[in-house]
Write a new protein. Structure first.
Length: 151
């Protein structure tokens, strides 16, 4: 049975700031990838597929929401990263690849943390134009490089 957003989740999303929605999407992606790993370890194929499909929809949504015309370097780099992750999700699902799934979680976690910081700053009334600077500085501090090319 495919997973769908609960009414409570949909309600929360409609009331949330856009930056909070991004954090919520990252949270759900990480939770679903963790559940996919558990399903892989228990050989629950349908659950694995459902969870990976949820993450695929989330990453595709994040990718489609990028403003590539005026989003600058961060939009370009996130677009490349999201395309890379989408390709990896196909591979992970086909091969039931626990290690590959864990690597995707490792890619998403610093992004989630960076967006959480941005969201807190926006909630505190700081200028939202600092989003790119905040995200890039958090990722660089974590040793994260966005220049990813699929092999």
């Amino acid at each position: 049975m495919p997973l769908t957003a609960t009414a409570a989740f949909r309600s929360e999303v409609t009331r949330a700031r856009p930056t909070r929605v991004v954090v919520m999407l990252y949270d759900e992606a990480i939770i679903s990838l963790t559940a996919a790993i558990e399903a892989m370890e228990q050989n629950e194929i349908e659950e694995r597929c459902n969870r990976v499909n949820v993450v695929t929809e989330i990453i595709a949504t994040l990718h489609l929401s990028l403003d590539l015309e005026s989003g600058g370097e961060i939009a370009d780099q996130l677009g490349a990263l999201y395309r890379f992750i989408l390709g990896q999700l196909i591979r992970v699902n086909i091969h039931s690849d626990v290690a590959g799934t864990a690597k995707i979680i490792d890619l998403l976690t610093p992004l989630r943390d960076a967006w959480d910081e941005v969201d807190r700053r926006v909630a505190d009334g700081e200028d939202s134009t600092a989003v790119e600077t905040t995200v890039l500085s958090r990722l660089k501090a974590a040793g994260f490089r966005l220049n990813i090319h699929a092999a």
